[in-house]
Design a protein around this ligand. Structure first.
Ligand SMILES: [Zn+2]
Length: 380
């Protein structure tokens, strides 16, 4: 059995199925876009900006963690900026041998320059497709509705708020999520890069069930669904995501562990195992948002022992200062992972993509022999 080293992990074909565009930009690009568009950032050089944006383990909650995005969103308001950020993200992923990347973003957060709503989707898709032409990487786009109503950073949200003043912020965020879901299903016919839908933003106080109507749009379009749940709220949030919103995967899912020995919810834990529902694990991010106290305390160890399907993801490459290689290395070192465990995990990633069946199988057929040779010592 080979030793699990950074070089080995970097070489392996991998997936990253939970990766936010606005949290995974390059610092240099944020500075260069701010200069082009004459936008004042809270810092004007790489070192100071890094201190503001890159989290350390001192960040105390998901709400704190999310504040950083106000900075990156300042520069992500034009078609060129969105195209460039998407291209560079796929390029960075390709450089560490991510063979399939699912990028997620919330279009309503990019409406400040009054770009047509469809154009916002199309700009990100254009960037991803440009990277696919140049590198050995396949990409998919996950569109996010937002759980809360970010009127300070979204022009569309602000305008809606001005006109529909009898609606509460929560009601308006639901309307925006429905709008986003409708455009997602409509555009997915033209752009197969769009593979699914999600809701993001603060979890506590904004239950997935409130977005039932938006998810119905996606369900009626027979599209795939992943939902951020079980990060800042308990397993009840995960239960809602699968029960009311038909989630096919769960983003984070960390607090599913609390269901394991709960008299009512232990069947939910079992359900995840039996239905092979993938859990998108983001170790570093979980540590930074205080979802877990230490990596040693992360429930992934128990999830894997219990044979739940987990896939290792970055969440936010810039904000969490990480890569998929880093995440695997952290996991392997903390839990003394064997090459066989690693093989299983990487394969889980490829099995959990939202690609159409034939494409998913084709990539699996291509990567499986490489993984078997590298990790199981099977002759080529
Ligand atoms: Zn996330």
């Amino acid at each position: 059995m080979p030793a699990i080293t950074r070089e080995l992990l970097e070489r392996l074909p991998k997936t990253d199925l939970h990766c936010h565009l606005d949290g995974s930009m390059r610092l240099q690009t944020i500075l260069s876009l701010a200069e082009s568009y004459k936008i004042r950032l809270p810092a004007d050089n790489e070192d100071d900006l890094r201190k503001l944006i890159v989290m350390n383990e001192g960040c105390s909650s998901l709400v704190d963690y999310l504040k950083v995005f106000d900075v990156t969103l300042l520069v992500l308001q034009t078609d060129e900026a969105l195209e460039r950020a998407a291209y560079e993200l796929a390029e960075d992923a390709a450089h560490e041998n991510v063979r399939y990347l699912e990028v997620r973003f919330a279009p309503i957060l990019h409406t400040n320059s009054l770009l047509p709503f469809e154009k916002i989707f199309e700009s990100v898709i254009a960037g991803l497709l440009r990277a696919e032409k140049r590198y050995k990487i396949k990409t998919g786009l996950l569109v996010c509705g937002m759980r809360n109503f970010p009127s300070e950073i979204s022009h569309m949200a602000r305008r809606l708020h001005d006109r529909l003043y009898t609606f509460s912020d929560v009601e308006l965020s639901r309307i925006l999520a429905i709008q986003t879901a409708k455009v997602t299903t409509r555009l997915s016919e033209k752009y197969p890069t769009i593979v699914g839908f999600d809701i993001a933003g603060p979890e506590s106080g904004y239950p997935a069930k409130d977005f039932y109507d938006a998810f119905q749009e996606i369900i009626n379009g027979h599209m795939s669904i992943t939902i951020h749940a079980g990060e800042a709220y308990g397993p009840e949030s995960i239960e809602q995501a699968v029960k009311y919103c038909h989630a096919h995967r769960i983003g984070h899912g960390t607090r599913l562990i609390e269901a394991k020995d709960d008299s009512r919810l232990r069947t939910l834990y079992r359900y995840f195992k039996d239905k092979r529902i993938p859990i998108e694990i983001c170790l570093t991010s979980n540590l930074q948002t205080g979802t877990v106290k230490s990596i040693e305390n992360h429930p992934i160890k128990t999830f894997l022992e219990d044979k739940l399907r987990c896939t290792i993801c970055t969440d936010n490459r810039l904000v969490s200062d990480t890569t998929v290689t880093d995440e695997y290395l952290r996991l392997a070192e903390t839990f003394n992972l064997s090459a066989k465990d690693l093989y299983k995990l990487v394969i889980y990633g490829f099995e959990s993509t939202f690609l159409p069946y034939e494409e998913r199988e084709a990539i699996l057929r291509e990567v499986e022999p490489i993984l078997a040779r590298e990790l199981l010592g099977t002759p080529a």
